[in-house]
Structures are given as structure tokens and as C-alpha cells.
Design a protein around this ligand. Structure first.
Ligand code: P5A
Length: 448
């Protein structure tokens, strides 16, 4: 993409309404624009990051064997009357009446709708286990929408629903989700710690939230600092193997880590004092096992091997896709702007032409652009007739991991400058070396 033809409305001034870094930076970098309280348009740069996060979530869900689909945003109230949640959900639910006077709602979540689909089509244990998921906009009329996309009213969520014959099988599905979520967050350059939590309006007793540690997080968390040393890394994951999934889940949930809703001071005090941590975190996902809470009242039954009709065991599992954009920035920025992890960056590399209009510099930038594109990367070329300082400030603000700077003086010596956004370190090298260095950083993930 050439910046002269792109739509990147960066703001010079820091917007007054933004109280945390991620909100400020998303507005300044021209990623989002508020349409109404807690409701945002995703401008091109923000949309690119949202799509990359969504893509990682799709890939990891499908790697775990989960099946993508798409349900609507607007749902009939009658389904929610069957589960009993139409009244229980309260004022957070946006209720709508259509022209025929029918009660509808903008979905805050989809347990009822998926249970209705299940009961219409599945009646035998032979069709289990089944995990269906979608990534779709949700609406919750939060009392205090704030911090930009972090606590929105309209927000983008991946929500998956599991159907199993027994509690044990449903717990395998729970653990499988736990593992696939850990892997997704790691690919986004984030550490999200699973913490025992409360289930709220979704229900059930078994639930974990995934928290990214950040001072600006809305949740108070209590944990053993040793949990922050555990990583999945590149290990092979056998998603169909219940024992293997359980082992990974236990490894990550064995140590004390809880939100304030389930905090137990006596247990906390058993942690060696030097490892006790009280901090704040951003909730980027939550998994639930709630058994037959929806299947029983809604009649989602299967016939088991003994010929009996039994309610199916269910769980639901969510990732806050739009919130993650803010959470990643909260975890990765400096005074100059965003520092994107390579896994989610909107463009793989920036190209800065120090002397636009200089034939040699222009040609070298064009050649770099072609070579990077040819290597499967998406560069952003700042080809505007701006001074160098302004170009650097924009690149730093939007946070691309790598920048190649091209100027007539370097070109005379046959070199360009490659700069790492995170460390600020620069190195001179030939244009070919810069391209292969950047391409090497992205390995198999380019274009993803
Ligand atoms: C699980 C999937 C559920 O709704 N039903 C379907 C279950 N869980 S949840 O914890 O309530 O939401 C899942 C994730 O969505 C994000 N989230 C939000 N993001 C932005 N703004 C909001 N107002 C908001 N509310 C929830 C969180 O990341 C949460 O973990």
C-alpha cells in the first residue's frame, strides 16, 4: 500500500476523551472512530489488525477441530423466553420490536440460538461430539462503555459452543478450548493467563477467564508469579487426546490465579510471599462448562447407546476479538506509539523515502516495494512529499515492526537502513539483505 493513496487519518493532538494508552493510540493512529458511545467504525488500519486477529482465531479453532459457521446478530426473543434468560439478562440486552410487533433483540451471546439449531438437527449420540463456532458482532448495553474498544457496547466476539454426551466428554471440550486459546494468544504476541472466575449470566460452575496483565485492566487479579513463566511455545498439541489436553490445562491452571470474584485469601497466603502478586488484568476470553442449563429447558436431547433420551452437555467459549486490539496495544506500546507484535501487525514493514521526487530514491523504494510484495509481504510505503521527521513520527505512531529507510546518501554507498520498532536499533545493509531479513522474520506467517 502506498500511503499517498491510503486512508490513514492520524491525529496530531491527543484526544481529550481517551484515558488509557490503547484508546488514545487507536484514535491518534486513525484506527477507529466513535459513532456513538461504545460503538465504533473500524477505519482501514484498525480493520487490518482486527482481520489479522480474526484470522489467527479461525486458524487455531479449526486446528482444534472446531467448525466455523455464522449466526445472525438479531434474534427472536421467544428463544430466550424458553431458557428463562429474556428477563434475567436485564438492561444490558438491547430489545427491539419489529414492524409486526414481534419482540427481537440484538444478540449479546448465542447459547439459545445454537441450542435451537442443535435440537432441530441432532438426535443421536452418534453425531457427538460437536463444536460449532462463529465470529460475529454482539451488543451489550453496558452502563459505562469506556476505554474505546475495550468495553464497547457493540463488539466482535468469537463464540464457540460444544455438545457432548457426558460431563467427561464436555470437560475434554473445555480443556481443548483452553489449550487452543493459549495458542491463539501466544501467536498474537500476548501472554494471557487462565484464571478461575465467576460465570455471571452465562451460568455453570467451571469457568476460566484469560487475563492479560496490565495496570489499566478492569479486573483485579491475584496470582502466583510462577504462572507467568509457563509458555506453550512450539510444542505439538494432540487436540483429540483428552488426557493430553487435560495435562496442558492442568499445567496452566495448577498454580493459584484468580479474579477478585473467586479470590480466596487463605489459599492466596499459602503461596510463598515472594511470589504473591496482586495486580490488574484485561479479560480477553472466557470458557464455560454449564452442563444441561440450556439443553434441559430447551429440549436439546439425544438418544444414548442404551436408547434413553438424555439432555446434551454443553459449554460455551468466547474470545474478545475487538477487545484484543486494545489489549495488545496496552501490552505493547511506548511514548512514541504502538509497537505491533509481528503476528498481528497491519503491515509487515514500512518503507520511508527520505527524498521523494529524487529519481534514485524513488526507484530504490519502488524496487523494495516490489521485492517485499514478491516475498509475500504487505509493505506500507510512505511516498508522501513530507519531511523525514514527519514520516518517522507517523511510522512510530502506527507501530510497524520493521522500517526500511531509503535516502540518496545511503544509496550512493549501496545501502538502506533497517530499523526495528521495538528496540529502536538500526543497521545499514543492501536493499536485498533488508528484504530477506524482513521476509525471514515472518517465516510462514506472511500474508496470513
Ligand atoms: C462465551 C461465548 C460469553 O459471552 N457466551 C458465548 C460466553 N462469554 S463472555 O465472557 O461474556 O464474553 C466473551 C469475551 O468477550 C469479550 N467481551 C467484550 N469485549 C468488548 N466489549 C465488551 N463490552 C465485552 N464484553 C465481553 C471479553 O473478552 C470476554 O472474555
Amino acid at each position: 500500500m502506498r500511503l499517498s493513496r491510503y486512508f490513514l487519518p492520524v491525529l496530531k493532538e491527543t484526544p481529550g476523551e481517551a484515558r488509557i494508552a490503547s484508546h488514545r493510540l487507536m484514535l491518534r493512529a486513525g484506527m477507529i472512530r466513535q459513532a456513538s458511545a461504545g460503538i465504533y467504525s473500524w477505519l482501514p488500519l484498525g480493520f487490518r489488525v482486527l482481520r489479522r486477529i480474526e484470522q489467527i482465531v479461525h486458524e487455531e479453532q479449526q486446528r482444534a477441530g472446531h467448525i466455523p459457521m455464522l449466526m445472525p446478530t438479531v434474534q427472536p426473543a421467544d428463544l430466550w423466553r424458553e431458557s428463562g434468560r429474556y428477563d434475567d439478562y436485564g438492561e444490558e440486552m438491547l430489545r427491539i420490536t419489529d414492524r409486526h410487533g414481534r419482540d427481537m433483540l440484538y444478540g449479546p451471546t448465542n447459547e439459545e440460538l445454537i441450542t435451537d439449531i442443535f435440537r432441530a438437527h441432532i438426535s443421536s449420540y452418534r453425531d457427538l461430539p460437536l463444536t460449532l463456532y462463529h465470529i460475529q458482532w454482539k451488543f451489550r448495553d453496558e452502563v459505562r462503555p469506556r476505554f474505546g474498544v475495550m468495553r464497547g457496547r457493540e463488539f466482535y466476539m468469537k463464540d464457540g459452543y460444544t455438545f457432548d454426551l457426558t460431563r467427561d466428554a464436555a470437560l475434554h471440550a473445555y480443556n481443548r478450548h483452553l489449550v487452543s486459546y493459549l495458542r491463539s494468544y501466544e501467536r498474537m504476541g500476548l501472554q494471557a493467563i487462565p484464571m478461575r472466575a465467576a460465570s455471571g449470566p452465562i451460568g455453570g460452575d467451571d469457568t476460566h477467564e484469560f487475563l492479560v496483565l496490565a495496570e489499566t485492566g478492569e479486573s483485579a487479579v491475584f496470582y502466583d508469579s510462577a504462572v507467568t513463566d509457563i509458555r506453550l511455545g512450539a510444542r505439538a498439541l494432540a487436540y483429540d487426546d483428552a488426557a493430553a489436553c487435560r495435562a496442558v490445562a492442568e499445567e496452566f491452571t495448577r498454580l493459584y490465579a484468580r479474579t477478585d470474584e473467586t479470590h480466596d485469601e487463605a489459599k492466596f497466603l499459602e503461596i510463598p510471599e515472594a511470589r504473591r502478586r496482586v495486580a490488574r488484568g484485561i479479560e480477553v476470553g472466557q470458557i464455560f462448562y454449564f452442563g444441561t442449563k440450556y439443553s434441559e429447558p430447551m429440549g436439546a436431547m439425544v438418544v444414548n447407546a442404551q436408547g434413553e433420551r438424555v439432555p446434551v452437555h454443553m459449554g460455551s467459549h468466547g474470545i474478545g476479538v475487538s477487545r484484543l486490539v486494545g489489549a495488545i496495544i496496552e501490552a505493547s506500546h511506548d511514548d512514541r506509539g504502538i509497537v505491533w507484535p509481528e503476528g498481528v501487525t497491519p503491515f509487515h514493514c514500512g518503507i520511508v523515502n527520505l527524498k521523494q521526487g529524487n529519481a534514485g530514491a524513488d526507484a530504490a523504494c519502488e524496487a523494495l516495494y516490489a521485492a517485499l510484495t514478491g516475498a509475500g509481504l504487505e509493505p506500507l510505503y510512505d511516498d508522501r512529499a513530507e519531511r523525514a521527521g514527519a514520516k518517522f513520527a507517523t511510522m512510530d505512531l502506527i507501530g510497524l515492526p520493521w522500517r526500511i529507510t531509503v535516502g540518496p546518501r545511503g544509496l550512493k554507498a549501496g545501502v538502506v537502513e533497517l530499523t526495528c520498532r521495538r528496540t529502536g536499533e538500526s543497521e545499514e545493509m543492501s536493499p536485498e539483505a533488508a528484504v530477506s531479513r524482513v521476509a525471514g522474520r515472518y517465516g510462514g506467517t506472511a500474508g496470513g
